[in-house]
Design a binder for this molecule. Sequence first.
Ligand code: NDP
Length: 313
Amino acid sequence: MTTIKKTKVLIIGGGPAGYTAAIYAARANLKPLQALGLQPGGQLMITTDVENFPGFGQPIQGPWLMEQMHQQAEHVGTEMVYDFITQVDFSQRPFVCQGDSETVYHADTVIIATGAQARWLGLESEEKYRGFGVSACATCDGFFFKDKRVAVIGGGNSAVEEAIFLTNHASHVTLIHRRDQLRAEKIAQDRLFRNPKISMIWDTAVDEVLGKDIPHKALTGLALHNLQTGAKSQLEVDGVFVAIGHTPMSEIFKGHIDLDTEGYILTKPNSTATSIPGVFAAGDVQDKVFRQAVTAAGQGCMAAIEAEKFRGL
Ligand code: NDP
């Protein structure tokens, strides 16, 4: 049976952006409803040590941080629903959002904070060593590879930026790309090629992530093959950063609000406002540049303040 729930603010997503929006909206007395989706906690749920979220003297665990955000949002008055929004109608207000649970949400404002997912190579061994040498975020995990050898996979701006960033920590960085030219901006490429700590492996794919389990699980290298010649090789590294792009979780909003060509939600400058007045977007679903928990949280805060100020509430 269909249930209708009415709310002043519907927050879609359960990552740092969504929880922060919930905390601010609840404290503004908007009684927000937060639909947490299928994977509450977002990308931090697959992260181990977090050292770059301010406020903690010692490293904390990603899942623990998300649990704390959840409790904080609930404590200040957010109603949580474990529902996955499958359809939206932003053509009139209140906005109508349909949940998997057959609940229909009527919302005066909507904050979209559905995040993004890092793309992975899809290897079993990559999954096995994720968090034990395999990462998708150099800013988050680069620090753990001080004076170690690392590889970066990819040829876009992210891969190039990550490779350059990693030279701050690692003894050597190898960038492995499947073609013979990068798609990253020319200026970034120039910086990359000038860096003496970076070397390139072109036309090459990763067949397997190599590692050991004793005395503890750790990555030891990569099995590679050259896509032009078929030649197989191995590269000894202590870490690998997969930077082959992200997929913003914006599928259900296609045709309802403006997205860019890659599917990121477009927001107004210095604002979280989308192309539909009353619908806001925060975090990785609209940010392809910074992609940090702390920037997502900041945008969640902005979205709640903008929702509170939205005329028509
Ligand atoms: P991109 O989609 O630009 O690049 C992905 C790279 O990964 C490509 O080189 C691609 O190869 C490679 N790749 C994709 N799939 C595979 C695979 N299965 N195996 C091996 N390699 C693969 O993603 P980015 O994350 O780099 O950037 C996304 C967007 O964000 C871009 O618009 C970028 O410009 C922007 N960005 C901007 C930044 C800035 O302004 N400072 C910083 C970071 C990103 P191929 O080239 O062969 O297709």
